[in-house]
Design a protein around this ligand. Structure first.
Ligand SMILES: Nc1ncnc2c1ncn2[C@@H]1O[C@H](COP(=O)(O)OP(=O)(O)OP(=O)(O)O)[C@@H](O)[C@H]1O
Length: 233
């Protein structure tokens, strides 16, 4: 199992008391599968992703990424695990304005200390995989919204993460382009054996998911579990 959350509780300070954002949440995401997370605004979806990304430590419960229990890790080890094993795609494509598409990906490999020549070849392959071979030399200002979001997905996959966390990647796109991005995401994670979690408000995206989890009042309920646990990874 690439990502396991067990009995995770997360609270935030709220005046004199605490607000429970996640209440004993458990979720298992196998390699090569996509789990969609849906729920109303304020139900805890982003909190769930932040905990899975090890950006926030829960009050209690366990977060296991690629077999490593993150609870006991010091900040430096946590950063290394995150860089190596977790890819994150945010709602808004946060690309660097001055860099071309291929350079956006190369930066990730550079941060991870990978050789530049190998990184460039891999970056070009990934851009081809997301349908952008012709746009590798373009800067964000020369790309459409859907193309920019594809670059962020390719970038998140650059260091071959075991876990990919995606927060509402299509909120800036029209329905058709949004559906294309989500279908591409599902195909990529299956092909690469990545365990992906996709937060979405668009129920039409649920059709491509292997597992659908619904959050409400901090609780999480897996409403469909069709995950056949592919052998890869
Ligand atoms: N840093 C914080 N401090 C205090 N409360 C917070 C903080 N972040 C989130 N919350 C609260 O925790 C709850 C869950 O928030 P979260 O952002 O996880 O929901 P969400 O489902 O992602 O919402 P949306 O769909 O609107 O993005 C909300 O009640 C929110 O107000």
């Amino acid at each position: 199992m690439s990502l396991v959350l067990s009995d995770v509780t997360l609270t935030y300070p709220d005046g004199d008391t605490r607000l429970t954002a996640l209440d004993r949440v458990s979720l298992r995401v196998p390699p090569g599968s996509l789990t969609a997370v849906v729920g109303p605004s304020g139900s805890g979806k982003s909190s769930l992703l932040a905990v899975a990304a090890t950006l926030i430590r829960p009050d209690s419960g366990q977060v296991v990424v690629d077999g490593t229990d993150t609870a006991g890790l010091a900040p430096a080890a946590l950063t290394a695990l995150r860089r190596r094993s977790i890819g994150i795609v945010f709602q808004q494509p946060n690309l660097l304005a001055a860099l071309t598409a291929v350079e956006q990906l190369q930066v990730m490999a550079h941060l991870d200390g990978r050789p530049p020549r190998e990184a460039r070849a891999r970056a070009l392959d990934l851009l081809a995989a997301v349908g952008l071979s012709g746009q590798a030399g373009r800067r964000p200002g020369q790309l459409s919204g859907g193309q920019r979001q594809r670059v962020t997905i390719a970038r998140a996959l650059m260091n071959e993460p075991r876990v990919l966390l995606v927060d509402e990647p299509t909120s800036a796109l029209d329905h058709e382009r949004g559906a294309a991005v989500v279908e591409l995401l599902a195909a990529l994670v299956r092909e690469r054996g990545t365990a992906a979690v996709l937060v979405t408000h668009d129920r039409s995206h649920l059709a491509v998911a292997d597992q659908v989890a619904e959050v409400g009042d901090g609780r999480l309920r897996v409403v469909t579990a069709q995950v056949a646990a592919p052998a890869a990874g």
